[in-house]
Design a protein around this ligand. Sequence first.
Ligand code: NDP
Ligand code: MG
Length: 406
Amino acid sequence: MEYTQQPKVSTPLPNRGGAGGEAKQIAILGSTGSIGTQALQVIAEHPDRFEARVLTANNRWELLVEQARTFKPAAVVIANDTYYPAVRDALADLPIAVYAGAEALCQVVEGDEIDIVLTAMVGFAGLPPTIAAIRAGKPIALANKETMVVAGELINGLCRQYQVPILPVDSEHSAIFQSIMGEVSPIEKIILTASGGPFRTFTREQLETVTPAMALKHPNWDMGAKITIDSASMMNKGFEVIEAKWLFGVEPDRIQVVVHPQSVVHSAVQFADGAVKAQLGVPDMRVPIQLAFSFPERLQSTFDRLDWYAMHDLTFERPDTDRFRCLALAYESLRQGGNMPCIVNAANEIVNRAFLDGRCRFLEMPDIIEQTMQRTPFIKTPSYEDYLATDAEARRIAAGLILPSK
Ligand code: NDP
Ligand code: MG
């Protein structure tokens, strides 16, 4: 088969002209997705400050080619290697190295010239290249929250060992990060805001019959399909609690989820004296992406500003974990620790896909996740290999729980 001839990744990556000098060299893992394309908009706004050094995609190879022709990175990786010949041929006239396969994702991030790696892939697949980037000493702009959900403790240990910073891209975690900038005192409580998703006001009965199309209509954010479904089930907020624990070292009983449908307050931090600091803004992921790239500086942007006279009703309410059980299951997995969040993540990836494909109903998702938690072997202090094995086993179990008739 033709794609078996794909080249091995060699570093340093080929030279590539461009602004050079001061411009930060950015590798985007998942450049064709929602976060990836917005990151490229940020790079395009600041060509003197940022350059795309590496771009990667999985299936959307034509968009990857288009992006490569525009941003002229040193290398691209198409993870799904069946598209390798197509990408190689389409870029044959440019000095861009073309690689393929999951292994190549882990190798390209090690390139000496890369200053920061944006992890904008979706799901567990983001874990191996994130680890490779940390081992190569690259600062991480972290969008791929599943990495922290699955293996937060392992990632933190590696970051300490290799002295690598993680800059949060998730809007809530960026808000928390911004709220603790300059503080020397510990966090008393994190107030993690949640939009509540499209089904916030739905009764249990209404939730029985919701469709993927309804779930994909998020009220405030335009995101990839997987995270949009996770937002509708509130598993996304559960994952963000886990992400916050590992990023900020705060125990779950001091992370309070507050439903705030307007998504203006992106999250807040309370301190020992009762003072609360929050970060507010128009919902636009380019703001946290740009800050992760430019930190500790803030750069000028053309993004929309808040209109204070138009904000008449900022509201805050308690989440309902009876209707949105995924949130409770995520808390429970964090309480149990070990490989339990990895199990929840794997089961969730299976039911999320099944719901999108019409093979599983909305309210069946938490049932299947809970059963997978009970059936997958528990490991108190998992190694990297244990996480890989747990992910595979939990997926197998969850897939087996989806009724074939659906
Ligand atoms: P998308 O589905 O829009 O994009 C995912 C990207 O990852 C695409 O480039 C896709 O390639 C690539 N990809 C998917 N699977 C694989 C794989 N197995 N191997 C290699 N590449 C793969 O997702 P989002 O941009 O919405 O989300 C990305 C991450 O950021 C997620 O972890 C999400 O939770 C997080 N996040 C997203 C936010 C948002 O606003 N979108 C907000 C906060 C966090 P291709 O398209 O070519 O197949
Ligand atoms: Mg978020």
